[in-house]
Design a protein around this ligand. Structure first.
Ligand SMILES: O=P(O)(O)OC[C@H]1O[C@](O)(COP(=O)(O)O)[C@@H](O)[C@@H]1O
Ligand SMILES: [Mg+2]
Ligand SMILES: [Mg+2]
Length: 346
């Protein structure tokens, strides 16, 4: 078997002699270095100390763990050596200026799913690379729509460490070869299956959902006997990176909608450094990512840590869930044409 392409070779080919692209390539390469370190650290589990211990910092429902801080600090350190003007992070209230004149901004969720660390479940690092603007230390520099991203992706630390990334030329998956310490291209231009019968949502919030989500999930639950006419399966890891990775690998739909809980009107995921990079990865793999009302990548951020509802994954399934939000599907699909013996089932 031919040796797969390395991350460095892939990015060198993509960047060629274009300085702007080379800067992006160097930045993703720097983040990959941290991912290799984190793979090693996380693999030690309890032997590496109390990584899952709370730091006691008050948050809005996302408890900060020691590993969150550690990962954040390593990312900041490493980005000091990359062409990055400023970095923003889930773990920092405000952006940190690194090198005012550098061409790029990076925003990260250093450790996604950190509540899963002591359960030995997959967790990850999410990142987005944006063009630098003026006044890069200001949060406003980061308030760019997802369509502006130059690179977006996430690492998953699980049985395998993988990098799922896009620079707008499809979505690529690199797998860490732990023997050589290099990421190798194992899945080029991945395609999310158009259809799926697997959904991912935190079902314990059912009582808080709005009607479109309630209808969507209830119809899935009713399986063959319901309006969808087929059985569905459900998966929820509590690590968005792991759920989105599964969906990129084999299809599915991920939903973290807004709900009626206090502070959850816009869901739970952070727009700039969680939802946007995952949404772009999904789109570049042929899937769809929506807030339920609009294309996720077109939402204009108004604050650095703002949340956004997210419905993402297999095209046909996401479009179905989105139609429920605009009311068309709720009228149409529930009509006799869509009943168990209906003509228009999909
Ligand atoms: O706990 P829930 O509501 O099922 O949500 C899943 C998790 O996804 C997250 O967005 C994971 O991200 P963090 O670990 O970076 O906070 C959490 O906020 C949340 O715990
Ligand atoms: Mg997160
Ligand atoms: Mg986090």
């Amino acid at each position: 078997m031919d040796q797969p392409q390395t991350l460095a070779a892939y990015f060198a080919g993509w960047a060629a002699d274009r300085p702007a692209r080379r800067a992006v390539a160097a930045t993703v390469g720097a983040l990959a270095e941290v991912a290799i370190e984190l793979t090693d650290l996380l693999g030690q589990g309890a032997l590496a100390g109390p990584l899952g211990r709370s730091t006691g910092k008050p948050g809005e429902g996302d408890e900060q763990k020691e590993i969150d801080v550690l990962a954040n600090n390593r990312i900041v350190d490493v980005l000091r050596g990359a062409p990055v003007a400023a970095v923003a992070s889930e773990e920092m209230d405000a952006p940190l200026l690194l090198e005012e004149k550098a061409p790029l901004l990076v925003a990260v969720d250093p450790l996604d799913g950190s509540s899963n660390i002591d359960a030995n479940a997959s967790i990850g690092t999410i990142f987005t690379v944006l063009p630098a603007l003026e006044h890069n230390a200001e949060p406003s520099a980061f308030m760019q729509r997802g369509v502006n991203q130059l690179a977006g992706g996430f690492f998953v630390y699980g049985p395998q460490t993988v990098l799922t990334v896009t620079v707008g030329a499809g979505t690529q998956i690199f797998t860490l070869d732990r023997r050589s310490g290099t990421f190798l291209l194992t899945h080029a231009k991945v395609e999310i299956p158009l259809r799926t019968s697997e959904y991912a949502i935190n079902d314990s919030n059912t009582r808080h959902w709005d009607d479109p989500i309630r209808t969507y999930v209830e119809d899935c639950r009713r399986g063959k006997e319901g309006p969808r006419g087929r059985d569905f399966n459900m998966r929820w890891t509590g690590s968005p990176v792991a759920d989105i990775y599964r969906i990129v690998s084999r299809g599915g739909i991920y939903l973290y909608p807004g709900d009626k809980r206090r502070g959850f009107r816009d869901g739970r995921l952070r727009l700039i450094y969680e939802a946007n990079p995952m949404a772009w990865v999904v789109e570049q793999a042929g899937g769809v990512a929506s807030t339920g009302r609009e294309r996720l990548l077109e939402v204009t951020p108004t604050s650095l840590h703002q949340r956004v509802p997210m419905i993402a994954g297999s095209r046909i399934e996401v479009e179905h869930a989105v139609r429920l939000h605009d009311g068309l599907q709720s009228r149409g699909e529930r009509s006799p044409l869509f009943s168990r013996r209906g003509l228009l089932r999909f």
